[in-house]
Design a protein. Sequence first.
Length: 132
Amino acid sequence: MYKAWIIDDDVDMCKAVGLMLVVVGVQARSFSSPVEAGKALLSQPPPDVIFLDLNMPKVDGAEFLRFVRSRYPKEKLPVIMLSVESAETAVYTLLSAGANSFLVKPLDVDELRKALIKVLPGLAEQNPDDIL
């Protein structure tokens, strides 16, 4: 089973994304701050994918993305950015900085599933009748 980390300072958003991940067959773990997630990333095996909120206090998603990319290439640890912002310049900047994908909140389970299949192709093979 694939493992995903959700990093978002909004606890309700973590729960919502976590439930969507369970529906598509992915195990979820939530972190309410990038600092907490960074410590976990340094001390244990990485997940298969990270869902990362852009706007957070103290350490924002862009800064945490740079931290992840300094340790893992985008092929080894996909990062899917989440934000209520959808400005083309922000999306382009994050994709250029190493994000694998960008989803606009509020999320839709089908959009989440499609983004996951792009970065975890084996997910579609796990449950072919349940995907798309």
